[in-house]
Each structure stands twice: as C-alpha cells, then as structure tokens.
Ligand binder design. Sequence first.
Ligand SMILES: NC(=O)c1ccc[n+]([C@@H]2O[C@H](COP(=O)([O-])OP(=O)(O)OC[C@H]3O[C@@H](n4cnc5c(N)ncnc54)[C@H](O)[C@@H]3O)[C@@H](O)[C@H]2O)c1
Length: 435
Amino acid sequence: MHAELTAKIMDRSAVIGIVGLGYVGLPLMLRFSEEGFKVLGFDIDESKVEALNAGQSYIEHIPGGKIAEARQTGFAATTDFSRAAEVDVLILCVPTPLDKHREPDLSFVLNTTDALVPYLRTGQLLSLESTTFPGTTEEELRPRVESRGFTVGEDFFLVFSPEREDPGNPDFTTRTIPKVCGGVTKTCLDVGVTLYSTVIDKVVPVSSTQAAELTKLLENIHRAVNIGLVNEMKIVADKMGIDIHEVIRAAATKPFGFVPYYPGPGLGGHCIPIDPFYLSWKAREYGVNTRFIELAGEINSSMPDYVIGKVTAALNAQQKAINGSKVLVLGIAYKRNVDDMRESPSVAIMEKLTELGASVAYSDPHVPVFPKLRDHAHFDLASEALTPQTIAGYDCLLLATDHDDFDYAALKQHARLIVDTRGRYLEPADNIVKS
Ligand SMILES: NC(=O)c1ccc[n+]([C@@H]2O[C@H](COP(=O)([O-])OP(=O)(O)OC[C@H]3O[C@@H](n4cnc5c(N)ncnc54)[C@H](O)[C@@H]3O)[C@@H](O)[C@H]2O)c1
C-alpha cells in the first residue's frame, strides 16, 4: 500500500490536506502548491477559510497574490472535516499552547485528530507538525488511528515532522530549511521522507517519532536557556557599568565555540516561551526535573519587571513618577519586523505600566490596531504616528521591539527619555537609558 502512495507522491497526483492554516500551515500549503500538488486546507475558523478562498492572506509576510496563485492551481480551504477522505496526506499544524497552569494543552491536536478519525481511510499518511512532547505521536495519535482498525506501517502511515520557521527572516524559506522526520515504523518514515523531499531541499530522517519530537524541543530549549543566560549577564553587566551589547558583539568575533544571543524585555512568540515546558511536564513522568528550563523560564519571565524598574528609575532621575507619566511603547510585536503579537512581552509591560498609573500608548508599523489577545487585558489603542511633536510629547519612549522601520536618529533627537531594551543605541546619551 505504501508503494501506491509513494507513486502518487512522486507523480504529484497525491492530494495534500493541511489542517490548521496559520503561520506554519499556510507557507507549507504554498510550498506544496508551488510543486504542483493539489492542496485542500482545513481550519475551524470560518473567517480564515473565507479569506483564503477569496485569494486573500491574513499574515503580513505572506502576500495575498500567492494565495490567489495557489487558488488557481487547485488550492481550496474548508471547515468540513469529512473531506479528509478526499486527501492522500494529512499534515496537522494546529496550536500547542500551555494551559493556565502552564502545562501542555494538547486539546487542539486531539480535537482535530478526533474530528478527522471518522474520515480517515487506508493508504493515507498522517504527519503531525505541531511542537509537542516526546511520545505524543505514539501514545496519542497512534491509538486514535488504530481505533479505525488500521495497522500503522502497513495500511496507514504516521510520522512526526516538526516545523522550523523564522518568520520575517528573508534568508531562509520553507524549501531551504532542512526538515527532520521520524516515523512510527520504517515504512512510515520512508513515506514521510518521500513526501517532504518533494518540497524541502534536505530531509533529515531520525529513528523514531519520539526522537523527532525531542529534536524540536531541544532546539527551542537551547534558545530559551541561552537567552536566559544573556538576560542574567545583562543584569550583572549593568550593575558593573558595562554595556552587555558591546560585550556580546566582541565575544561574537570568536570564530568558534561562541554563539551570540541577545537580551531583551522578555521572551515572546508562539514557541520559545512555551515549548520548553512541554518537556518539563513530560520529564516529571520519568522522575526528572528540568532545572535549566525552569531557571531560564524564571529569569526570562522576570524581564518585564526588570524593564519596569529601569523605567521607574529613569523617570525618577527626572523627578517624575510612573504614575501620571505618558509612556509610548515602541514595538509591540514580539520580535523585529513581524506583526506577530503572541506572548509578546510588550503586552505584559503595557499592563504593568497601566497598573502603576501611566498613560500608555504604542507605536508599531506592523500592528496598526491593538488586537484582541487571549489571557491579556485589551487596549483600545491604535499605533501612534511618530512625528517630532508626538515623540517630544511623551515622558518616556520604551523601545521594546526594534523594528527596522523606526527612525532611530529622529527618536533620539526628539525624545525626552528613551529606555532601550534592545541595545539599539550603543553610544551613551543623556536621554537614553539601557535596560
Ligand atoms: N509560528 C511559528 O513560527 C512556529 C514555528 C515552528 C513550530 N510551530 C508550531 O506549529 C504549530 C502551529 O503553530 P502556528 O504558529 O501555525 O499557529 P497558528 O495559530 O498561526 O495557526 C493554527 C491554525 O490552526 C487553526 N485551528 C485551531 N484549532 C483547530 C482545529 N481543531 N482544527 C483545525 N484547525 C484548527 C487555527 O484557526 C489557526 O488557523 C504549533 O505547535 C507551534 O508550536 C510554530
């Protein structure tokens, strides 16, 4: 049965189903479309499905024109999961957040799988791409698939292949980022590698779905821990009157054995603040405490308070209090040059400033209107235009995300005070405080 599916993949007659058409699912859909596959997209969000079927995009760095092109080569989106029977391959790209106890929330993955199971048929490949703890594919997905009477590895194929993306980074595309894949059986892996090799330049097979799951977590834990380390170094350096950014730049000239990571106002995005805790949770089942992860989490999540302390001290030096001050937060997306607000530390900082009595506004060229966010206060705000007058009208500009579109010279020239959390201003100036 795998020979039949392999042949359909090779001659591009296989129909690809992508479930969850977000930051991960949409670029993948485009990539399969570019290679001549017919793609059927599944999502529970009616408004996204409507927009896509009208050839429009809802993600800033994905042009609408590309969606329209994919529509012409057979792409369609639907909320009707019974259509899963029409596809040969199903790729799950649904969210894997943490719940309010900061434990893995697999409900999106499990609900989606449960919705698909009645329509699965023999000869299909199911690939999970959502970041998750080792064992999810084997312990959660496999029994659900087998509940249909299928034999995984013989008449149904199951793999885990984690997504890697660096949104907003033009140096890497879906095609050029190597992709790891692990199968439940050797045959599953072979089919998975065949599939991804049609759209990705380099596919990296690993021996199991668990190894593939842990690979993704290791990558993100590596980042979280190293960012925690530089955030701690920043506090030490600041106390010693040393600029941590100067030190990192100097250390990065070492041609081996050092990788630069940069401090900031806290972790953001859908991955780094969340994924490490998927492993911490699973490790407890094995009686292991993941101390590096916990420590990095503690340091990184204390950064918004550190920034507030810096703003307080900087205003105090000008005989002002946070209470009653006008503060403009520059950059509310979680990182430079993107529009993604998920887990953005800017939001926690805006909430804290507001609680302390500041009058808070923001400016972000990528986020024209403050969006509705889960688990956060809503700010009924739109992005402020930056003119010399508006810049000078604030007691403090808090540089939280250093988008390239900001005019840093103009900000420095007109601001009464800038608190810089990103090391954008290396030269000391009377109106700039590093944070
Ligand atoms: N964004 C990234 O850069 C990135 C990178 C690597 C891995 N990941 C991982 O990929 C997964 C998806 O992340 P994302 O950033 O694409 O999320 P997203 O929120 O952008 O997209 C998820 C999509 O799934 C849809 N959805 C939710 N529940 C669904 C369901 N039950 N059935 C079908 N569709 C459903 C949502 O409407 C949304 O369109 C997560 O596990 C994430 O950790 C994300």
